[in-house]
Write a new protein. Structure first.
Length: 507
């Protein structure tokens, strides 16, 4: 988009672009989301920024009316596989706060100077400014939704001092933390349980949230996941200790209700980012629908299932292990095998972290724990157990990087180089674990069945060629084909195709 197109989007208050770019007004010193209900500023007084950090770095503060910091994230960072996209995903996950700019630059293979130059040119702000924005947003959540002392909030959000915290909050939001807490309490609809952080995760409509939660519930592993009455819960492996997340439909449209319990509140930003990736909340469903809705094969499915997403995962290494465990067995059997693995090797959940009445007991075992296990002790064929040990050993040693800033092409290539890991498993990990929106599982049984049901009988290689027209949204095309199987057969209902075959739906 050029600036004239952006101005037209602002003039029409088009919410599709919330989080994609930000509008700043020179005469007021305020930046807003494109859909802000305030009077549209004159074109000559308007500036546009690709990120909130860029607007803040240029001296603008957030609008109190539209609260641009609460918009969904830009879908661009999931699409982009270059160094800027990888760096943005790492910054959002808290990499700068944990290891500094040097560690971030090392993770993407650039010097600090090169990385700063690239980010400044592409997104209008360097890594420190981008991290500062993430810290401010985390602090705002803690200020408005908890009773934590302000000193604890400051350090939990990643600030080096209380003074820095106060100055940043005043500069970004034009309010002191105390004023923000009073305003947050006046907006609160209820009181959170002690030790619980309650927040709303925004998304772009439409969304098939119920279908996505069922998709996750169908694959819920005992001990680390549960799905009851439309509410999905799971344990989270986080940088400073485990956490527990509860996700459900919110009382208001446009938001997912998220309740978190954390060992360390400084993991809040990472926990929120993992939940957003899990539910693909930064997606642009209208862009997907526009790209795939005109296709003769996919168009009717898009119309029948508006807002379908491509669910991700909170831990790519866990997903990779579960994919190996589930090879050539049913979804039910894969859940049973994973549950046994969790009971034997998983880390018991910290006492008091679980929600009252819940059934979560463990955190999924870390790669280094499984790497040292006996391949014959997993209740699966020894060859597959050997593949599992080889996979976790490669992840634990760093030979395979599956984090948010990894090179997806390199990760997939190294996965298929491992004995016992085929293209389907590597592609499934790339689609869900690494959040790539452009993966087509052309060798998947469910995809083949769905294509045949639509009258397309082709080889996997021909299916892959046919799917090139669906790029860059081939992951969504895969989920649409899986979902279409449920339209023809009620026993296969729910997002994800036939539930009885792991090779058709993924574990």
């Amino acid at each position: 988009m050029d600036d004239d197109q952006r101005y037209r989007a602002v003039h029409s208050r088009d919410s599709r672009f919330d989080g994609v770019f930000y509008t700043a007004v020179r005469t007021t010193g305020i930046y807003c989301r494109p859909s802000c209900p305030a009077v549209t500023p004159k074109r000559v007084n308007t500036r546009f920024f690709p990120t909130a950090a860029a607007a803040q770095d240029s001296g603008f503060r957030a609008c109190k009316r539209c609260r641009p910091d609460l918009t969904p994230g830009s879908p661009e960072w999931n699409l982009r596989a270059d160094v800027v996209g990888r760096a943005m995903r790492l910054i959002q996950d808290g990499a700068v706060d944990r290891g500094g700019v040097g560690a971030l630059a090392s993770a993407v293979g650039y010097s600090e100077r090169q990385l700063n130059r690239l980010l400044s040119a592409e997104v209008g702000a360097g890594p420190l400014a981008l991290a500062r924005t993430e810290r401010a947003q985390t602090a705002r959540i803690l200020v408005e939704t908890t009773d934590m002392p302000m000193t604890d909030v400051a350090f939990a959000a990643g600030f080096a001092s209380v003074r820095q915290f106060n100055e940043t909050m005043q500069a970004v939001f034009d309010r002191s933390p105390t004023e923000m807490r009073s305003a947050g309490r006046s907006r609160a609809s209820g009181v959170s349980e002690p030790g619980t952080i309650t927040l709303r995760l925004p998304y772009r409509e439409p969304i098939d949230l119920a279908g996505m939660l069922r998709f996750l519930g169908d694959r819920a592993v005992p001990g680390i996941e549960e799905y009851r009455n439309g509410v999905y819960r799971r344990t989270l492996p986080l940088p400073h200790g485990p956490g527990v997340a509860e996700l459900s439909e919110g009382s208001k449209p446009g938001h997912v209700l998220c309740r978190l319990r954390l060992t360390e509140t400084r993991d809040l930003a990472s926990a929120v980012r993992r939940c957003r990736r899990l539910l693909d909340l930064d997606a642009d469903p209208r862009a997907v629908a526009e790209a795939l809705g005109g296709d003769p094969l996919l168009g009717p499915i898009v119309s029948a299932h508006p807002g379908i997403r491509s669910p991700g995962h909170v831990d790519p290494s866990e997903l990779a292990v579960r994919a190996v465990l589930g090879q050539q067995v049913s979804v039910k059997a894969a859940r049973t095998l994973a549950g046994r693995l969790v009971a034997r090797f998983g880390e018991p959940l910290v006492e008091g972290l679980e929600f009252p009445g819940g059934g979560l007991t463990h955190v999924f075992p870390a790669p280094d724990v499984l790497a040292g296990a006996d391949p014959a002790g997993f209740s699966i064929p020894v060859a597959r157990g050997t593949a599992l040990v080889g996979l976790t050993g490669a992840v634990a040693s760093g030979r395979i990087e599956l984090g948010p800033g990894c090179d997806r092409d390199e990760a997939e290539q190294r996965l298929v180089e491992l004995r016992g890991i085929g293209p389907w498993t590597a592609g499934y990990v790339r689609m869900r674990g690494l959040g790539d929106p452009d993966v087509f599982l052309h060798g998947d049984l469910g995809v083949r069945l769905a294509l045949e049901a639509k009258g397309v009988r082709v080889s996997p290689a021909a299916a892959a060629r046919h799917a090139l027209a669906w790029s860059p949204w081939r992951s969504y095309a895969t989920h649409l084909l899986w979902t279409s199987l449920g339209d023809a057969d009620p026993d296969r209902a729910g997002s994800g195709g036939p539930r009885s075959i792991v090779g058709a739906t993924g574990p």
